[in-house]
Design a protein around this ligand. Sequence first.
Ligand code: ZN
Length: 312
Amino acid sequence: MKDAMQQLFAVDIGGTQVKAARVTADGQVLELRKISTPTTLPAFRELAAQLTAELGAQASAVGIGCKGRIDEATTRIEALPGTMNYLEGHTLSEIFPFPVPIRADNDARVALRGELRWGALQGFSDAIMLTLGTGVGGGVISGGHILRGATGLAGHLGHYTVDPAGATCICGNRGCLETIFSAKAIEAAAFSIVHRGVASTLLDKAPHPTCAEVFAAAQSGDPAAREITDRAIDALGGALAGLTYIFDPQIIVLGGQIAGAGDFLLNPLRRMLRERTFSMLHRELPIVRTALDDPSGVLGAAALALEATANC
Ligand SMILES: [Zn+2]
């Protein structure tokens, strides 16, 4: 009974929003806040203090998911390129000063934990998960263990190279998956079309069609939009095949806003994966969507917090 009464403070720090919640030990979200991600360190500290005071008072453990490379032992943000770079080198347990156990990890790896505990990955020991959002996050479980690598970098599947001579990525690599398949990459391609005045229904959304609008136009048969989504889906399909040969998963799980495109996205991926892996696998590899409702990042953070209490 004491577990059911336990209250967790769960935080998901993303590039667009910070989500914070009070969550029960069985995954019920009691209260949730979503705030635009601050653009400076002082503003972030202020927000962290405010959320801690408002939502964390009764928490017995804290779980935090954050973009970038996080040291799980110290909660220090070791590397965080992009708009939240001001957090790099700072320690989350110092920014969120709780007297209770606190755990932090890469946001996609945290989302993977949520799916393992309560979602589509329950019972699986070998799986690949990608979160298809502003960027592309990833997590891998192999032989029942979540892969971390030597420095916590393992599982950054969005930086899997799909075009060695491709565009420069925020990570410093070139032709990463997320330079072609991510909301930002798709929106950049759409802006290019609109800016050049190519005949397309996307002109109605000028000057900045959203990723969702690009997918909607493609599904309606707009050739220019279809060109963008076809290229993106081909890149993701190729990446999934390559990752399958590396990790030999039982299942592939896709989350994030773009996974909302459903079968328009999943069916070509399934076809590509079958074409490229069946002769070795001799079976269909399931590709499914995450099972947890948004905000799965918060539930993943709650699952991480539970791990902290289990080790006390
Ligand atoms: Zn990259």
